[in-house]
Design a protein. Structure first.
Length: 156
């Protein structure tokens, strides 16, 4: 076993990602097909979620962008390598958190009164935590939402 205190060694803490492996192990044992299948399904779900997110933002060509996301070679490692589950899993929760956030705080023009729908706020927090527990780089989610809110407020 490696010495985790050695210089240059960074321990990885992805408990939700490791939990998915733990849950799947009784199903697939050490046969890689099942793990690959789950990664492919998560990636396909991410492409659909991205399409829904872009459509909600009224981005022209949302389906085309989502198709490029789904088929672009840069995604190969995240989908093909079983150990890269953290990327597709974090992406799923990241996109779901963004979609829930837009239900919590509607975009301009979606609701005339633009009140906050507090029923969705706990869901936003829960999905954000799931994203964080899948891969820590998703800590950028609140930082992305806040500037978007400022831009939207100025547009009003």
């Amino acid at each position: 076993m490696e010495d985790l205190d050695a210089p240059g060694v960074t321990p990885q803490y992805y408990p939700l990602t490791f939990t998915t492996f733990w849950v799947e192990h009784p199903l697939w044992k050490l046969h890689p097909f099942g793990y690959h299948l789950v990664n492919i399904l998560l990636h396909a779900l991410n492409a659909v979620l991205l399409w829904g997110l872009l459509r909600r933002l009224e981005i022209p060509g949302a389906w085309f962008v989502a198709a490029i996301f789904a088929l672009h070679p840069v995604q190969v490692e995240s989908v093909a390598w079983i150990t890269e589950r953290k990327n597709v899993l974090a992406g799923t929760f990241y996109f779901l958190a963004l979609l829930a956030y837009f239900r919590f705080r509607p975009l301009v023009g979606e609701r005339a009164d633009s009140t906050l729908d507090w029923r969705f706020y706990p869901l936003v927090i829960a999905l954000f935590l799931c994203a964080l527990l899948s891969k820590t780089v998703t800590c950028s989610l609140p930082g992305g939402d806040c500037p978007a809110d400022v831009v939207e407020e100025r547009a009003r």
